[in-house]
Every structure is written in structure tokens, then in C-alpha cells.
Design a protein around this ligand. Structure first.
Ligand code: ADP
Ligand code: MG
Length: 270
């Protein structure tokens, strides 16, 4: 009896190794003998056995795919929500960011806008959410507003703007960093408007800007275009206003403050 079950297992194994190779599932091939052994000795259900096997392949692919997607997204640096100091940046509620990190906004085709002065963590949080999305299986593209406009302008020059916008539909999340650092000319403003319009209720955008919406008319050189764009951008969006001093100056500021207070003390008339 043990002979026949062993030989059956052997035959099944031979067939299976062909099948898993055909399925291009190398982690199943690797784990098959060991998991089948455990399944037999622990009398697993068929479902449990299949689940264990598939999990090996799926988890490995997710990890590998996450890394591939992170590299393809072209983030300026790797940032995570864990390393964001909510004690320093008190104008952002951790709860709000953690909710965004559930990535419901991506499934709902909603946007996120981070507004605030330089160094307040806009790019950090935009990147951290983008990396989360990559790990969760979403394709992401990160670029500055200027770089996006250059890509769109190049596509338009080659009469393939529509095609390019359709290609971008394959990315559930696009990140547009630093709107407002450089003003746009009329063509750039129009192209950017087209991007926001194409994404409207179709895909998500994360936008960061150092300028409040009231200054966007100036950035885009046209208050009407700016208003129409903001309208589409914020209709379904989480707007996060960041305040405070630049994190980049955190330590410098501390030194300066101590210097100031010590010189103030020494300057005190006795
Ligand atoms: P912004 O895009 O608003 O100009 P960044 O996100 O680029 O600012 O932040 C500047 C630097 O400071 C980055 O290295 C970022 O990781 C870091 N930083 C900013 N705010 C925080 C914070 N609250 N906690 C931890 N690091 C922060
Ligand atoms: Mg930034």
C-alpha cells in the first residue's frame, strides 16, 4: 500500500513538475515536494494545500513586482510613512495619511493634493503613498510638473497626445510633484489641463504644490484655465494643507535658536 501511494505520488510529481513549469511558477515547483509531504502528514484539506502552494508563488511575485514597479515609477528617493515624523509636522493628521495608505483613493479614482511651503514633507508623503501603491500592485509614475509637461509637449509635437494619455490610463496613480515652482506658459498650462481632464474620474493623481490654489491662476498664466483645472482636480480629492518650518532646516534652526537665545541672554542688561 505504501509502495503504491509512493509510486502514485511520484507519477503525480512528474506530471506536476511539467505543469508548474508550463505555468511559469518556479516557487511552486521548489516548494511542491515539501508542502505535499507536510500536507500528507498533517492531513490538510485540498483547499489548504492549494492555498499554501499558490501563496508561495503569489507572495514572491508581489514582492518582486513591488520592487519592479517601485523602480519603474522613478521616485526621487525612497520614503515611507513609518519614517514620517508626525510630531514635527503637526498640521497633517496621522489618521488621514494612514487612511490614504489604505489606497481606497486609488480604487475610487480620487486625487490627493499636498499644499504647503518647501520642506514640509509634501514629496515625502506623495512618495510614501506611491511606494505603497507599487507594493499593492498598482503601476505608478512619478515626475515633476515640469517633466510631465515636457513629456506631454513631446507627445503633442508628434501628434500622439491622445495615445500618450491613453497609455497613462494603464497607470492607476500618477504623481505630479512641484506644481508652481516654475510658471507654465499657455501651451504648458493647456497640456497640464488636458492631463488633469483625462484623469478625471478615470485614475488618480497625487499633486504637490508650494503655492495655494489662489496663486494657481498666476502659475498657469490664466485664471480661467486654472479654475477649471482645480475644479476637476479637487472634485474627488483629499486636500492636505501642510504648514510649518522646513524639515530640512530643522537642526540648523535649533542651532540658530540656541545661538540667538544665548546671545540674547548675554546681551541682557544685568
Ligand atoms: P517638500 O516636498 O514639502 O518640499 P520634502 O518632502 O522633500 O518636502 O521634505 C524635505 C526632506 O525632509 C525630505 O528628506 C523628507 O524626507 C524630510 N521630511 C520632511 N518632513 C518630514 C517629517 N515630518 N518627518 C520626517 N522627515 C521629513
Ligand atoms: Mg517637494
Amino acid at each position: 500500500m505504501s509502495d503504491s501511494s509512493a509510486s502514485m505520488a511520484h507519477t503525480a510529481g512528474a506530471d506536476l513538475s511539467f505543469l508548474v513549469r508550463y505555468m511559469k511558477a518556479p516557487r511552486i515547483a521548489e516548494a511542491l515536494a515539501q508542502i505535499a509531504e507536510r500536507a500528507r502528514s498533517e492531513s490538510w484539506t485540498y483547499e489548504r494545500f492549494l492555498e499554501e502552494l499558490l501563496e508561495r508563488e503569489v507572495f514572491a511575485r508581489q514582492q518582486q513586482g513591488g520592487e519592479t514597479r517601485i523602480q519603474a515609477a522613478h521616485f526621487p528617493a525612497r520614503k515611507t510613512i513609518d519614517t514620517f515624523d508626525f510630531g514635527y509636522q503637526t498640521s497633517v493628521r496621522r489618521q488621514v495619511v494612514l487612511h490614504l495608505a489604505s489606497l481606497d483613493f486609488i480604487t475610487a479614482h480620487e486625487n490627493v493634493v499636498f499644499l504647503g511651503p518647501p520642506g514640509t514633507g509634501k514629496t515625502h508623503l506623495a512618495t510614501a503613498l506611491g511606494m505603497k501603491a507599487c507594493v499593492a500592485g498598482y503601476r505608478v509614475q512619478f515626475a515633476s510638473a515640469t517633466a510631465w509637461v515636457m513629456r506631454l509637449a513631446a507627445a503633442q509635437r508628434e501628434h500622439r497626445l491622445d495615445t500618450y494619455l491613453r497609455i497613462l490610463e494603464r497607470y492607476p496613480l500618477l504623481i505630479v510633484d512641484e506644481v508652481g515652482y516654475l510658471p507654465f506658459d499657455a501651451e504648458a498650462a493647456n497640456l497640464f489641463f488636458q492631463l488633469v481632464g483625462a484623469r478625471y474620474e478615470q485614475g488618480s493623481l497625487i499633486v504637490t504644490s508650494n503655492k495655494p490654489f489662489t496663486a494657481w491662476g498666476e502659475i498657469f498664466g490664466d485664471p480661467v484655465v486654472a479654475a477649471a483645472m482645480i475644479d476637476r482636480l479637487v472634485h474627488h480629492a483629499e486636500i492636505i494643507n501642510m504648514k510649518g518650518e522646513s524639515y530640512r532646516l530643522k537642526d540648523k534652526q535649533l542651532t540658530r535658536l540656541t545661538e540667538q537665545s544665548s546671545s540674547a541672554t548675554s546681551a541682557q542688561p544685568t
